[in-house]
Write a protein that binds this ligand. Structure first.
Ligand code: PLP
Length: 403
């Protein structure tokens, strides 16, 4: 290989990549079936892949995109992702990530007070954040079982399996919240409360925080509402939790893989989840070893938008979800499962099947879910660019046609 190797230097090919991002090529070139013996060259590959990667992806910022918790991402995060990829800092080694470590500390110091926490770290998602919180609970205070509602995210049960802990599922009430009257003894338990259940957006009663030996709040979805003056009250009580998980790649509009796990008592938690190693200058905290500087992207977003800019987008999405709920409630052709608690609507057609309704609408508009054995349509307001008037119009029209 020639030195310098141009594949590792800044290149005008990056401009080409930006051009294609703005207008992806429509031709979809067949990919080689076997590993190519000789390379096709960087620029040729950009062209070849743009039709696939850019052309075939779901458009999460489209005016009708409302199906999932995955948001479109602001362009400042694309820039940070590019810088991060080019530098490839590793948060495991402070030497390779002097600014990454500072960025993570700074953005955490901004956010932890909203959750009553002392500190924490970034990780690849709330699946990992939940595992980390429950791991800390097991090894810091010796909990023996995990108690959560039947609507808790599957990552909670996964964590129990990995950690060898019993998992006790508690029924939910009519609004999808953990039913306080069905709780087992919590003296030796980690209670996991969900703030924004994945299917319904329900928030478990957070006045239960502190009722168990350790309380972990899975705020993967609704955690960011803490930054909204109008909606932070939905999460009141979270500040007394022992640990909290928030997915930044959901309602903080970050590219994957970005989430936070936070602890009320950082020293106690970190002591339980840290490993030293001869080759490490500081202990490795948490589940992951090598880890990206994803915090830089969240730092950039908060610098660009401020708390207010973040809150405005969340408030807008809460309002969009409410206006959809109003329209569903008014319609004779649709049944609303319940008022949205955290911008998720669950509903179904009165006179036809949910599957037919969803099929009649643009792909990516609605997802489906099963509640009490029935199939429902589900919308998640994660997309600030959604055109809710258009969405309402399409849903109402489809529900009338189906009837
Ligand atoms: C999405 C979600 C998770 C898992 O988070 P990932 O970031 O996808 O790993 C956990 N809990 C809840 C309530 C969620 O909505």
């Amino acid at each position: 290989m020639r030195i310098p190797d141009p594949s590792f230097s800044p290149h005008d090919g990056l401009n080409k990549a930006l051009e294609l991002l703005a207008s992806p090529s429509c031709d979809v070139v067949e990919l080689p079936f076997t590993l190519p013996e000789s390379g096709l060259g960087d620029k040729r590959v950009l062209e070849m892949l743009s039709g696939h990667v850019l052309g075939k992806a779901a458009r999460l910022g489209s005016p009708t995109s409302l199906a999932h918790m995955d948001p479109p991402t602001p362009w400042i995060t694309w820039a940070m992702a590019l810088w991060n990829a080019s530098l490839n800092q590793n948060m495991l080694h402070e030497m390779t990530s002097p600014f990454g470590a500072q960025a993570e500390a700074r953005v955490l110091s901004w956010l932890v007070p909203y959750f009553g926490m002392e500190g924490g770290h970034f990780c690849a998602g709330s699946t990992i954040a939940n595992l980390t919180g429950i791991w800390a609970a097991r090894d810091a205070v010796g909990i023996k079982k995990v108690v959560a509602s039947q609507a808790a995210h599957l990552s909670v049960e996964k964590a129990c399996r990995l950690l060898g802990l019993d998992f006790v599922k508690v029924a939910v009430d009519r609004k999808g919240r953990l039913d306080c009257n069905r709780l087992p003894n919590l003296d030796d338990a980690c209670l996991v409360l969900t703030a924004g259940a994945t299917v319904t957006g329900a928030v478990d009663p957070l006045d239960l925080v502190g009722a168990a030996k350790w309380t972990h709040v899975d705020a993967a979805w609704a955690g960011p509402l803490r930054l909204s003056r109008s909606h932070s009250g939905i999460l009141d009580g979270i500040e007394a939790a022992d640990s909290v998980a928030v997915s930044a790649h959901k309602w903080f509009f970050q590219p994957k893989d970005s989430a936070l796990v936070m602890f009320r008592n950082l020293d106690i938690a970190n002591a339980a989840i840290s490993f030293g190693g001869d080759y490490l200058s500081k202990p490795n905290v948490g589940v992951q070893g090598s880890r990206s500087a994803a915090a830089i992207s969240l730092l950039a977003t908060f610098l660009a938008w401020g708390r207010e800019g973040m809150a405005q987008r969340l408030d807008h999405l809460m309002q969009m979800a409410d206006s959809l709920a109003d329209a569903i409630e008014k319609s004779d052709h649709l049944e609303l499962w319940g008022r949205p608690q955290t911008a998720i609507n669950v509903f179904r057609p009165t006179y036809s099947s949910t599957a037919e309704l969803v099929k009649a609408l643009p792909p990516g508009m609605l997802s489906t879910c099963v509640l009490d054995g029935q199939t429902w349509a589900r919308s998640v307001a994660a997309n600030p660019l959604v055109d809710m008037d258009l969405v309402v119009e399409r849903i109402l029209a489809a529900s009338r046609e189906d009837a």
